[in-house]
Design a protein around this ligand. Structure first.
Ligand SMILES: [Zn+2]
Length: 501
């Protein structure tokens, strides 16, 4: 889930930034990459007793895992204007308390990269982690930066010292040699990749799309990735009636690990094992990229208050992963058949895979709500991956049910686009009332749907629902196929479904 930044704020950023009294000015020295440690220095003035705790992140939006970044901190110190040490002691995993905050001019610490630092539990997903090597640096905001408590909303300006031959990719704006972030949430939402990267860019209607790729032995380039992704980007634009961001940045990282991808408001990053380029690999990357890219709809434009005011101190779950992850995963595949990037057969195979994974690898009695609410526990982490399987299947069923109830006029895509317009990046929905709001906006029958398949884990009515649109689900083989004897009514609804109404 993610914290959102207003476009409007971005546009007026320079003025508000000058007016702001307290700015957190960071320097990170990437020229010194010894011991797998980021060397970080913060210049700050005017701290008060309220800011005496320096906080590292316990988790980050959209990761649904405990990160406890304090575990990676080494050698934390606070200094006054003359360079004299001020007592600072660690009081909990992620917190350091400074004795005389009023006197602090500099805070310095080293923080270990997560890729190569062993931990005994809660291993951080690589796409949410950090790496520092000879030919690259990967930085996710929460893996390098913290903030004095009470200053989560203070602007940050960050200077990176880095080798001349490196280039960087990020969604952040740069001014006078500083990367600018509106606040702590913004830096966490804006990963930065440095190193020997390839770059490619394109324009999709009015949205500037940029790709930066680190490939360990240069097998994969941004140009190849962009070529295979372009149709998907054009389809996404059509599916959403225009992309809701002015600029979007893809950061690709191909090395020795297959970890996955992490979405942000204006960017996403991918940690995938490097391999020889093939068309098939390009398709796989496009699937993953479509998913991450779709997160600009939800949670960016539709999210609960828990995402809006993100709590970095104590992980706080939201119940609506069925929406943020399930609907996103569904949309990323569905739009590919609506715009003929994938064949219906390929789509049926995706569905089949999800049905099988849901049945064989996860606890079928574990509801989507429960996956959401327990995601920060070890028990919940075991079931978390099913949000991409059952979560997407449930979104697909919801789409069919909505089309049925509206006589083919309004599917899930239409409802989602309506909500995105009504809410948007800066207006959150009330966490507890969201199911009711959704039902009120659609049909009373949807309350029963949520109750059975989101809040509870009743067996999914795949056969019954897909039959409504003339598609046969074979319960034994778990296959989907067109019904050659479909009625006119079924075919009519299927056409709507295929064109995504
Ligand atoms: Zn996702």
């Amino acid at each position: 889930m993610k914290k959102i930044t207003l476009f409007v704020l971005l546009l007026v950023f320079n003025t508000s930034y000058l007016l702001a009294q307290k700015v957190l000015e960071y320097t990170v020295n990437l020229n010194d990459r010894a011991d797998d440690l980021f060397k970080v220095e913060l210049k700050v003035k005017g701290l008060t007793k309220e800011n005496k705790i320096y906080q590292f992140a316990s988790t980050a939006p959209g990761t649904y895992q405990v990160m406890d970044m304090g575990r990676f901190v080494r050698k934390f110190e606070a200094l006054d204007a003359k360079g004299k040490q001020i007592t600072a002691k660690q009081i909990s995993t992620n917190q350091w308390e400074i004795a005389n905050p009023e006197k602090v001019a500099t805070i310095r610490y080293h923080i270990a990269e997560t890729f190569d630092t062993p931990v005994t539990e809660n291993k951080i997903y690589e796409m949410c982690g950090s790496s520092l090597e000879k030919d690259h640096a990967l930085i996710n905001g929460q893996t390098v930066f913290g903030y004095p408590q009470g200053m989560q909303s203070a602007p940050l300006k960050i200077k990176f010292l880095y080798p001349q031959e490196w280039i960087y990719g990020t969604a952040l704006e740069m001014k006078d040699g500083f990367f600018l972030a509106n606040n702590y949430d913004h830096i966490v939402d804006s990963p930065i990749l440095f190193g020997s990267l390839s770059k490619a860019s394109t324009k999709i209607r009015s949205t500037q799309v940029e790709l930066y790729t680190y490939s360990k032995t240069a097998k994969i380039t941004s140009e190849k990735l962009l070529a295979s992704m372009t149709n998907m980007l054009v389809a996404a634009d059509a599916f959403l009636n225009g992309l809701p961001v002015p600029r979007y940045t893809f950061l690709f990282f191909f090395e020795d690990r297959n970890a996955g991808a992490w979405e942000h408001s204006y960017s996403s990053e991918y940690i995938i094992k490097e391999q020889d380029w093939s068309e098939d690999f390009g398709k796989k990357m496009t699937d993953i990229a479509a998913h991450e890219f779709f997160h600009i709809v939800t949670p960016l434009n539709i999210h609960s208050e828990i995402i809006e005011k993100f709590n970095f101190v104590t992980p706080t779950p939201s119940e609506h992963l069925w929406l943020y992850e399930g609907t996103t995963e569904w949309a990323s595949h569905k739009m590919q058949i609506c715009y003929s990037i994938k064949t219906l057969d390929e789509y049926f195979k995706d569905l089949r895979r999800k049905v099988i994974v849901d049945e064989r690898f996860y606890d079928k009695t574990y509801s989507l709500s429960k996956i959401s609410l327990t995601s920060y526990t070890p028990e919940g982490q075991k079931q978390y991956g099913n949000i991409y399987n059952r979560g997407a299947l449930v979104a697909g069923l919801l789409d069919i049910r909505l089309l049925e109830l509206s006589q083919g006029k309004r599917g899930l895509r239409d409802v989602i686009n309506e909500f995105a317009k009504e809410y948007g990046p800066s207006k959150s929905f009330p966490e507890k009332e969201w199911f009711d709001i959704f039902v009120k906006r659609t049909y009373p029958e949807i309350a029963d749907f949520f109750n059975r398949y989101v809040k509870n884990a009743e067996p999914l009515p795949l056969k019954e629902y897909y039959d409504k649109i003339g598609i046969i689900f074979d319960e034994k083989e778990k296959t989907f196929s067109l019904n050659p004897q479909a009625t006119t009514e079924q075919i009519r609804l299927r056409e709507r479904w295929l064109r995504n109404n």
